[in-house]
Ligand binder design. Structure first.
Ligand SMILES: NC(=O)c1ccc[n+]([C@@H]2O[C@H](COP(=O)([O-])OP(=O)(O)OC[C@H]3O[C@@H](n4cnc5c(N)ncnc54)[C@H](OP(=O)(O)O)[C@@H]3O)[C@@H](O)[C@H]2O)c1
Length: 327
């Protein structure tokens, strides 16, 4: 029997709560400690999820010698600093998406982690969902023939709260970094993250961040991808992969519970019927990698995360969107 991985949770917001709730179902790990800027919040979170240790600072969490891996769940502009705090303390790290705000920040983290031989991974949880694994299997066995075209849309109708992280430039707001990354990462999984040509347009709203965008990517051999993202308007949130023999359709692809394979008149549907939200699968994968002493995932590698971040930098450059802390 391998030892259970002891998870530390850094921050106590919405996604930290969702992740910790899924951790209670994880077979190879458990929520062990939590760190917050506020000890009372940390204690409340720890009580709720059965963590035995609560800390009133991120540094104290990172310094706990018994924590095996830390999950970072702060707003994006803090990811770099928070990841570094944990890596410097010798911890393995799973960091929420987007990994960082730009490629320069991520390069620094990757260099540090590789130099110190520490585990580091982007929390692109979609990759580990059973339905998405099934999609990769269908593609690998050439069920839809040669892939020609990918479509992926993700948009939510968020309330008008200009100070909130989704709309606030100081907190890395905007559709691309929050929801758009799912479409970019999904496309990268299918066609790669190095298109030959990028065409894009965005509506920058009152707070200066992208409220919605459209992106067209061209790849070698004429393969294309079209992606839309939004934070002030709900979209259909579907991904479709078209090949020469058929297509794969994934409703609500970012948290996919099902996917269907269409070849001629035949439709094959895969459903996972899970009860958990879905973070369980990425957490279990991290546990397995740590138990095998691996430092990177090959399902979402550090090189791919970096290529995705560079692609998003290029897209933002086309829009003239930089964040105040980048200037
Ligand atoms: N994978 C997914 O499905 C998913 C979904 C939503 C969000 N996310 C990602 O997760 C990250 C956090 O998003 P969230 O929705 O959980 O945000 P949130 O609810 O606002 O929580 C963020 C937490 O970060 C900490 N924090 C540290 N400095 C902060 C600051 N200056 N302002 C606000 N909070 C600060 C706070 O925890 P303490 O007070 O305890 O220190 C806060 O509770 C983002 O990068 C986002 O992209 C991922």
């Amino acid at each position: 029997m391998m030892k259970k991985i002891k998870w530390g949770i850094l921050a106590t917001g919405d996604i930290a709560t969702a992740f910790a709730s899924d951790l209670t179902y994880v077979e190879n790990g458990a929520c062990y400690a939590v760190g917050s800027r506020n000890l009372t919040k940390a204690q409340k979170f720890a009580d709720k999820f059965g963590a035995t240790h609560a800390y009133g600072s991120y540094e104290e969490l990172a310094a706990d010698p018994d924590v095996d891996v830390i999950y970072i769940a702060t707003p994006h502009p803090y990811h770099k600093e928070n990841v570094l705090t944990c890596l410097r303390a010798g911890k393995a790290v799973l960091c929420e998406k987007p990994f960082t705000v730009n490629a320069n920040e991520l390069e620094e983290l990757i260099t540090y982690a590789r130099d110190k031989k520490l585990f580091l991974m982007e929390g692109m949880w979609t990759r580990f969902l059973p339905a998405i694994r099934k999609v990769r299997e269908w593609i690998a066995s050439h069920e839809i023939g040669d892939i020609r075209l990918v479509k992926a849309d993700f948009g939510i109708r968020a309330p008008w709260l200009p100070e909130w992280r989704l709309l606030n430039p100081e907190l890395g707001g905007g559709a691309l970094l929050d929801v758009g990354i799912y479409s970019v990462s999904f496309t990268s999984m299918i066609l790669g993250a190095n298109p030959e040509k990028i065409m894009s347009t965005a509506h920058l709203g009152e707070t200066g961040v992208d409220e919605h965008f459209s992106i067209l990517l061209t790849y070698p051999e004429g393969k294309t991808a079209s992606l839309n993202g939004a934070i002030r308007v709900g979209l259909k949130n579907e991904a479709i992969i078209h090949g020469t023999k058929g297509y794969i359709q994934i409703p609500s692809f970012h948290n996919a519970r099902e996917a269907s394979l269409h070849v001629g008149e035949t439709v094959q549907t895969f459903k996972d019927n899970r009860e958990v939200l879905g973070f369980r699968f990425e957490a279990e994968e991290v546990g397995r990698l740590l138990q095998n002493n691996q430092k990177e995932s090959d399902i979402i590698s550090l090189d791919e995360s970096l290529a995705i971040m560079k692609l998003m930098d290029s897209i933002r450059e086309q829009w003239g969107l930089t964040y105040p802390f980048e200037e």
